[in-house]
Every structure is written in structure tokens, then in C-alpha cells.
Design a protein around this ligand. Structure first.
Ligand code: GLA
Length: 388
């Protein structure tokens, strides 16, 4: 959709008047480093050019009016600045309220209400972070329209706070960080323990990043996500009885092998093993990417998926089918699930001239096995939030 079309939709939803200002924030795809961002590990995500548009116009009273072109059946949703709390009936606007909540925690209150129109082209529930994208675009719109003194990195922190403190998902910071700090054609190599980061050029030559969507709604994602997080915390506590470590990411492989018996609960031990090895894999994968060694990078992606499936138990039949089928295709260097899991998307590195055949083969095998089709997108890596 063009800015003009979005503006017209805005006037249709909220009536004529001053022109709204228009903002955009991307989605994200994580290349490797999964379920380590709440354990202090490194992650390697990229912002996508797919994302969320937000058009905002200030009001003079304290009313809040919302309209999403993705949920036209909901009509205009209403609220007020003085009533910022989580409510089921607020639907998708809870993520916007979450940003207001996170700002308020820092003593920042908007001086007036607003009208906000949203349009996104990230498939919902696809594991490409449509919610973090909505948080960041809302935050960027508030910042510009109300002259708030907030950096891009702070937008990410506010977004995570919205998830943790308002929505109730104890997520790490990877999604919001990669979206708020994204850079065109680069991955963000982020140390989630310190928030130190570097941009790593994604120069794949005759290869592309292929995203494969299971098109399965991620029903278990939230409850199981919080469960995984607390399993990691229990595993860490067990290790801390003997080791002075602040998080699982600070445990190196040798130390882990020598001490893993301290984690008596087998499930918790598996979870910790995934985290410790995934952290090491991600640092290694980043080196391979910098060196242009895509073959080794692909192998690490494969190992990441196997560990998420077998040790961390966040994959599912649909994701495993996509990954297994893709790996059998010529021209595929590696494939893994991406994001929280339990549905959503997988990601693969594929030779350009093999992409069509991969989509055809994987698509057919998936539909035969699962009973409905999957979807594919060739990833294009975008920058951070911006005003249009
Ligand atoms: C979700 C969370 C992230 C991260 C991933 C798994 O996307 O929001 O913080 O934990 O899952 O890597």
C-alpha cells in the first residue's frame, strides 16, 4: 500500500481533518541463536522490509481511536489515555497500550489522545514478530508526534517491557532490538547479556534467505514459552550451586559438560544443553558469515534446528516437515525453525537458481504431509523504524 492509499484509509476510518504522519517498522527473521536471548546469549537476527505501517494524528482530548486494516471487522476501537490497562476486548491494541504502559513507567505521558491507523503485511502468528513490529512502529510514532526523547534502542527496551509487564509474555529483547536497530542488508549480532551489538553484512552472493511459513497458528507459543524460560532459570540455579555464573550463556561447553550432572531434572538439563550449545553455535556462525563460508553457516543452522527439536522441544511436525524436505533439495545449505517455534516459520539458505524448485518440492511434500499449503518469501533485509 502506498502512503496516499493509507492516508485515504485513515480519513475513511477517522474522518477528515489534519493529515496524519506515517511511520514504518519491519518484522524480523532470526538466522541463528534461538531461545538464548533470555539467557544472555548472542543472537543473529535481521529486520525485514515486510512490516507494519502506522499513521498517527493527535487529538485535543484524551481519547484514543484505533483502526487496523488487517482487522476491519473490529471497526474503530476506542480507549482513553487515563485507562491504560490490559483488556481482552482491546484485541491488537493491547500492544499499543503496552507501549503507553512502558512509557508511563518511565514517567512519560502523552499530552493528548490520538487516532492511529495500522496496516501490516507480516502474516500474523507467523513467528516473524508482527507484534514487536507493532510495538516499535507505535513507539516511533509517539516519539515523533509528541517530541519524546527516546532513542531507537530505548524503543526496543520499551517494547520488551510492554511484552513482559503488560502482555504477560516473558520474552527476551531480540525481536524488538532487531526491528528498532535494524540495518539494510545486515544482520544484528547482539549480545543480549550486555546489549552490545555489531552489524554483520549479509552478503550471500548467489544465495538467498528463504522463509518458509507453516501457516499454522502458534497456539502453544505463549504458555510454553514462559515454561521454557522458567526451566532455564531452574537449570541455572542448579549450576549456580557450584559455579559462579550469571546466566546460562556464560557457561562454556567444557564447563557445562563437567557440571551438567548438577542439573538433576533431565528436562531442565536438556533445555540448558540446548542453550549452552546454541550460544556457541551462534558465535561460530557469525564468524562463518563474516568469512563468507555459507556452507559451514548452513550446517550450524541444521544443528540449531535439531537441538530446538530434540532438546528444547519447541518445534512441531509442520516445522520439522519443512526443514526435512528443504534439506533434501539440491542448493539448500541449511534450514531451521526461526522464532519462538510451535508453528510459524522456518528459514533456509538456498542457491538463487534452486529457489523455484525448492518451493515446488517443499510445497508439494508439505501439503501432502500436513493437508494444507505452506507459503514462501525470499527475505529482503530492511532498516530500522522510519517516518515516511
Ligand atoms: C520469541 C521471543 C524472542 C526470542 C524468540 C526465540 O520471538 O519474543 O525474545 O526468545 O522467541 O529465540
Amino acid at each position: 500500500m502506498t502512503k496516499t492509499e493509507l492516508t485515504q484509509a485513515f480519513f475513511r476510518a477517522f474522518g477528515p481533518g489534519a493529515e496524519p504522519r506515517a511511520f514504518f517498522a519491519g518484522g524480523r527473521v532470526n538466522l541463528i541463536g534461538e531461545h538464548v536471548d533470555y539467557n544472555g546469549g548472542h543472537v543473529l537476527p535481521c529486520a525485514l522490509t515486510m512490516g507494519t505501517w502506522g499513521l498517527l494524528r493527535r487529538r485535543t482530548d484524551d481519547r484514543l481511536r484505533f483502526y487496523s486494516l488487517n482487522f476491519p471487522q473490529l471497526g474503530v476501537l476506542e480507549g482513553t489515555l487515563s485507562n491504560v490497562r490490559f483488556q481482552e476486548r482491546n484485541q491488537w491494541t493491547n500492544y499499543v497500550f503496552g507501549m503507553l504502559f512502558a512509557l508511563a513507567e518511565r514517567g512519560i505521558r502523552l499530552s493528548s489522545g490520538f487516532e492511529l491507523l495500522i496496516f501490516g503485511n507480516i502474516p500474523n502468528g507467523s513467528g516473524l514478530s508482527s507484534s514487536a513490529s507493532l510495538e516499535v512502529v507505535s513507539g516511533a510514532a509517539f516519539r515523533a508526534c509528541y517530541d519524546l526523547d527516546v532513542t531507537d534502542m530505548e524503543l526496543a527496551i520499551l517494547g520488551q517491557r510492554a511484552e513482559n509487564g503488560f502482555i504477560g509474555l516473558n520474552s527476551g529483547i531480540m525481536d524488538q532490538f532487531s526491528i528498532a536497530m535494524g540495518k539494510e542488508d545486515a544482520a544484528v549480532f547482539l549480545d543480549t547479556g550486555t546489549l552490545r551489538y555489531e552489524y554483520v553484512p549479509v552478503e550471500l552472493g548467489d544465495h538467498v534467505i528463504l522463509i518458509m511459513n507453516t501457516c499454522k497458528r502458534r497456539t502453544l507459543a505463549d504458555s510454553k514459552y514462559n515454561e521454557r524460560r522458567s526451566e532455564c532459570e531452574s537449570a541455572l540455579k542448579a549450576l549456580q550451586k557450584a559455579l559462579p555464573v550469571k546466566d546460562l550463556a556464560s557457561v562454556d561447553l567444557r564447563t557445562f559438560e563437567a557440571n551438567k550432572h548438577l542439573i538433576e531434572n533431565e528436562t531442565q538439563r536438556d533445555r540448558a544443553e540446548h542453550v549452552v550449545y546454541e550460544c556457541a553455535r551462534t558465535v561460530e556462525a557469525c564468524k562463518k558469515l563474516r568469512a563468507g563460508d555459507l556452507v559451514s553457516f548452513g550446517r550450524l543452522m541444521d544443528a540449531s534446528h535439531d537441538s530446538l527439536r530434540d532438546l528444547y522441544a519447541v518445534s512441531c511436525r509442520e516445522l520439522d516437515t519443512l526443514v526435512a524436505e528443504a534439506r533434501q533439495c539440491p542448493g539448500v545449505l541449511g534450514a531451521r525453525m526461526t522464532g519462538a517455534g510451535f508453528g510459524g516459520c522456518a528459514v533456509a539458505i538456498v542457491r538463487k537458481d534452486a529457489v523455484d524448485e525448492v518451493m515446488e518440492r517443499v510445497g508439494a511434500a508439505y501439503e501432502a504431509a500436513v493437508g494444507y499449503p505452506c507459503a514462501f518469501y525470499v527475505a529482503s533485509i530492511g532498516g530500522g523504524p522510519r517516518e515516511l
